[in-house]
Write a protein that binds this ligand. Structure first.
Ligand code: HEM
Length: 512
């Protein structure tokens, strides 16, 4: 103590200026130590580390500004597997079809999604579902969802979606008159939530969105932000609003379930709440009302941003290529007759070009650019000596192989016709993780819906929703980009999902 007191006596008094001096010395020393460590202590058995000056921050800014540019730049430098530092966490990226397979089909003993996502998702979805439960419970919950998404349900959804979209076109001020300009980022989120709620979520939830539920929904949605990956508990005002909104929304769903239980004869629609109310786990336990409420919130959130961003990008690309809008209109006439009979689930499948437009949109703009898992035991990358240590996060980016010229020539060109005659991407080994047989996707460079045990269960619903929305747009309008704009806007990576940069405007002219 005496010695320390003596040293302290010899230091200059702590004024603001000396404090800045100490801080600068600390930063310089830590940068020097960090750089020397990277240059002098390379471990060939571990993935190479992306060079960075600042410990803790590492490559956070570079990755956050443009993840794809970051991945491709470092793939060139380090190969398909490399580690970067993201706010103190070691993130190991594995690219290419082999990298996708390595992560998405990783064993349960090796990779864990719950630990990667629960901080972000559990405050929004609620407890007892998805990433707040062990994986085998999630697999059962996914099965409950999947069996509710039947062909019969889809058949009933198509006219409901058409009704929501046409009502929107006829009542929204931005679609008033014979022609106009509209910001897709303003209208598509509403169209998406109205159509998903009217179908999957049920009429009561759709009606509630015309009232105070809409504000609550926005507050909950604001909890779904990248900063919450790392700091979900931080007392930001948006986190308090998220927690308040979650409680009220979950209560709304639970009241709804109670009301329906009290009146089972009122079942008239194929929505997900009715489906979940009749499901039991393998041990015979039925879902609690709270679990139903939380699964419904999870579905609302899982489908909203993904479908919204896909619709926006698809419509922007159509506006960029008005010939494509015309070709889609002619396809509508071919499939549904010159008088354009009402859309139906069966006939939507015959709209080949439209389905190619959706596929091509998801190839260039998959909503999830980074799929993460926490590493639970060391993982050797196949055919190499590289071992990813326990404690790292692994990050798959199937969007990279989907825009790699070796799999898709001229990869950044939006060309739906490239899918003509191309063999189905996901054939090959099949597997059942408990929610139905899926193909493993092992060799596919195109995995917008993921692969393995966490693969999307909403794909068919998304296709029905997107196809119906796009067909209704094409039947109603011709589209083009605003004057002077020759290509679609760049992606905005500030949000969880890579949506187009605002305002993402298109000009429309009503056909009739
Ligand atoms: C999982 C993409 C729409 C529900 C996933 C995953 C991807 C994905 C890539 C895997 C995530 C991971 O491995 O960590 C998409 C795309 C969509 C879409 C591109 C639309 C264009 C939907 C919709 C729903 C939904 C509409 C609900 C109806 C789910 C669920 C999971 C999932 C429940 C499982 C999560 C897990 O097992 O960890 N989705 N999704 N998705 N998605 Fe989707």
């Amino acid at each position: 103590m005496g010695v320390l007191a003596g040293v302290a006596d010899q230091l200059p008094p702590l004024t603001p200026l000396t404090f800045v001096g100490y801080a600068a010395a600390f930063i310089v020393t830590s940068v020097v130590v960090n750089v020397l460590q990277q240059l002098l202590f390379k471990d060939p058995s571990k993935p190479p580390v992306v060079f960075h000056y600042f410990p803790f921050f590492g490559s956070t800014v570079d990755y956050g500004m443009d993840p794809y540019a970051f991945f491709f730049k470092n793939q060139k430098k380090y190969g398909d597997v490399f580690t970067f530092i993201l706010l103190g966490n070691k993130m190991t990226v594995a690219l290419g079809p082999k990298g996708n397979d390595f992560i998405l089909n990783g064993k349960l003993s090796e990779v864990n999604a719950e630990e990667a996502y629960t901080g972000l998702t559990t405050p929004v979805f609620g407890e007892g579902v998805v990433y707040d439960v062990p994986n085998h419970v999630l697999m059962e919950q996914k099965k409950f969802i999947k069996v509710g998404l039947t062909v019969e349900a889809f058949r009933s959804y198509v006219p409901l979606i058409v009704e929501q979209v046409t009502n929107y076109f006829n009542s929204h001020k931005d679609f008033a008159g014979k022609s106009g300009s509209v910001s897709l980022l303003k209208v598509i989120p509403e169209i998406t939530v109205f159509t998903a709620s009217r179908t999957l979520q049920g009429k009561e939830v759709r009606d509630a969105l015309d009232g105070s539920f809409a504000d609550l929904y926005h507050d909950l949605d604001n909890g779904f932000t990248p900063v919450n990956f790392m700091f979900p508990w931080f007392p930001f005002p948006h986190n308090f609003a998220r927690d308040r909104a979650h409680k009220k929304i979950a209560r709304t769903y639970m009241d709804l379930v109670e009301k329906r239980r009290a009146n089972p004869d009122s079942k008239s629609e194929n929505d997900m709440i009715w489906n979940l109310m009749n499901k039991t786990y393998k041990d015979g336990r039925p879902l609690t009302d709270k679990e139903i409420a939380h699964i419904m919130i999870a579905l609302l959130m899982a489908g909203q941003h993904t479908s919204m961003s896909t619709s926006c990008w698809a419509i922007l690309h159509l506006a960029e290529q008005p010939d494509l809008v015309e070709a889609l209109y002619q396809e509508q006439k071919k499939v549904f007759g010159d008088n354009l009979e009402p859309l139906s689930y069966e006939k939507l499948a015959d709209c080949t070009l439209m389905n190619f437009v959706i596929k091509e949109t998801l190839r260039i703009h998959p909503p999830l650019h980074s799929i993460m898992r926490k590493v639970k035991s060391p993982m050797r990358f196949p055919d190499t000596n590289i071992v990813v240590p326990e404690g790292h996060y692994v990050l798959a980016a199937p969007g990279c192989s989907a825009i790699d010229a070796q799999y898709f020539p001229n990869p950044l060109k939006f060309d739906p016709y490239r899918w003509e005659g191309r063999a189905p991407e996901e054939e090959g080994e099949k597997v059942d993780f408990g929610f139905g047989v899926i193909s493993k996707g092992t060799a596919s460079p195109y995995l917008p819906f993921g692969a393995g045990r966490h693969r999307c269960v909403g794909e068919q619903f998304a296709n029905v929703q997107l196809g119906t929305i796009l067909a209704t747009f094409v039947r109603e309008f011709t589209l083009r980009l605003p004057n002077g704009q020759v290509s679609v806007p760049p992606p905005d990576y500030n949000s969880m999902i890579a949506s187009p940069t605002a305002p993402a405007a298109v000009e429309w002219v009503r056909r009739k």
